[in-house]
Design a protein around this ligand. Structure first.
Ligand code: GDP
Ligand code: IMO
Ligand code: MG
Length: 438
């Protein structure tokens, strides 16, 4: 049994509402883990982010790349939902629905919360223009309009899914907010105005197609929980990309940490039983921002090529580096992790030595074990490494912890000690089957 917790009576209870979140800078293999856990779940819910996410699920020779649709969709009877905290690009979600439908995936059990905000064309334009304006201070966003959409949400001028599926309301709101955004696009950035009437026409059609999926995800999740159904909350992005607890400003505009699940779904924290944190056996990052254990050398190239580290959403090469126990410990704390999943151990095969960052050394010589709160404090910090022997074996066929070479076992046990969290699953390949449960 995976990651269980003792009750007061010392009994082992099978958990009913679990969260899966990223512990590093994203792309840890959350999609794969969610797909595995979804086989035992009745409901899968996404609570934040948008199509900046790219979750890969590999099963039986088929590969699915999901951006907005929860990874549980591949199970026909699983209720798959998009919560209020997600930002939805209607064009992208319909393309995704069409693409998956053509591969035999059904959407009879798919819901979108009416409160979720809509990514409009001006958000995508403004994402690109702001990045350009920042010059070499750019964030390296996915340019999917995520930040500008959340800006409108918090400014209280956003358009929600409810509006989109009500043509009169939608037209009125799109005209009002579109006019203001056009004025920013043209007057501030010197860009080209959006044809608002054409957008209203196009998006009204998207609204018509999406209307049948709209339902109250907070109510449905609550009812499912009351009925004793197994619920899985699918995290997108990751802890170090969290707007508050990540490497601000090189972060995304939502709360990918576990607490974000309650806000973005509309259920209280008492519903949650267990939080799984997903990590890679090394570290990657797409986009700009600090990365203390980054390997800008041949070893980094080796990991990138061996692990196929190229973005699922933008195709950008991912920056690669050693496992950083300081950031994963930070993730254990801010997410209240019950256990860790360490993926892509197989990718490290062939390296003579594996390094693990155990702490940071500040420019004044002080050693810190907690991830610094600001970039200013992180500036100049050098990783303190511990060396571990590498392994050459192909571990992709191992299916139990005991089958792993001793070196791999001791590497995993050391990560567990350093991160102060149990490692419940280990990934040895991209396929559903290539996962070791402990
Ligand atoms: P997500 O955003 O966290 O869902 O992760 P992505 O799908 O963006 O990136 C993870 C990549 O690693 C995908 O291509 C997965 O198929 C792949 N992957 C996941 N787990 C493993 C593993 O244990 N070993 C290998 N070699 N690949 C894996
Ligand atoms: P998954 O769910 C990796 C990064 C972008 C950029 C920053 C801000 O697949 O792990 P945004 O477009 O969100 O405003 O970009 O966040 N980013 C991700 N990096 N995986 C993701 O999602 C990401 N989603 C956003 O590269 O650095
Ligand atoms: Mg990804």
């Amino acid at each position: 049994m995976l990651c269980t917790r003792g009750t007061k009576q010392g009994m082992i209870k099978n958990m009913a509402a679990n969260i899966v979140i990223g512990t590093q800078w994203g792309d840890e293999g959350k999609g794969k883990v969610i797909d595995i856990l979804a086989s035992r779940a009745d409901v899968v819910v996404r609570s934040q982010g948008g199509n900046n996410a790219g979750h890969t699920v590999a099963s039986g020779g088929e590969v699915y790349k999901l951006h907005l649709i929860p990874s549980g969709i591949l199970y026909k009877d699983t209720l798959c939902m998009i919560g209020a905290g997600v930002v939805v690009d209607p064009k992208v979600i319909l393309e995704e629905i069409d693409g998956l439908s053509s591969r035999g995936v059904t959407f009879d059990n798919f819901k979108i919360d009416p409160r979720a905000h809509v990514i409009m064309p001006w958000h995508i334009i403004l994402d690109g223009l702001s990045e350009k304006f920042r010059g070499n201070m750019d964030i390296g966003t996915t340019k999917r309009g995520i930040g500008p959409c959340y800006m409108d949400k918090y400014e209280r001028s956003g358009i929600r899914i409810y509006d989109l599926v009500h043509p009169d309301i939608f037209a009125e709101k799109a005209r009002a907010t579109g006019k203001l955004r056009n004025s920013i696009i043209t007057n501030v950035f010197g860009g080209e105005a959006v044809d608002i009437e054409a957008v209203i026409k196009e998006y009204t059609e998207y609204g018509k197609r999406l209307a049948k999926y709209v339902d109250d995800v907070s109510v449905l999740t609550y009812e499912a929980n009351k009925a004793g159904k197994e619920i899985l909350f699918e995290g997108a992005q990751a802890t170090l990309l969290d707007i508050d607890f990540g490497t601000y400003p090189y972060v995304t505009s939502s709360h990918p940490i576990s607490a974000g699940v309650c806000i973005g779904t509309g259920v209280g924290p008492t519903v949650i039983d267990k939080v799984y944190g997903v990590a890679k056996a090394y570290t990657t990052r797409v986009g700009k921002g600090p990365f203390p254990t980054e390997l800008d050398n041949e070893t980094g190239d080796y990991i990138r090529n061996n692990g196929g580290e190229f973005g699922t959403t933008t195709g950008r090469p991912r920056r690669t580096g050693w496992f950083d126990a300081v950031i994963v410990r930070h993730a254990v704390r801010v997410n209240g992790l019950n256990c860790l999943v360490v993926n892509k151990l197989d990718t490290l095969a062939g390296l003579d030595t594996l390094k693990i960052c155990v702490a940071y050394k500040k420019p004044d010589g002080t050693v810190v074990k907690d991830f610094p709160a600001t970039l200013e404090e992180l500036e100049g910090c050098e990783p303190v490494y511990e060396e571990h022997p590498g392994f050459k074996d192909d571990i992709s066929k191992c299916r139990s912890f005991d089958e792993l070479p001793e070196i791999c076992k001791s590497y995993i046990k050391r990560l567990e000690e350093l991160c102060e969290c149990k490692i419940a699953m280990i990934g040895v390949g991209p396929d559903r089957e290539q996962q070791i449960e402990r």
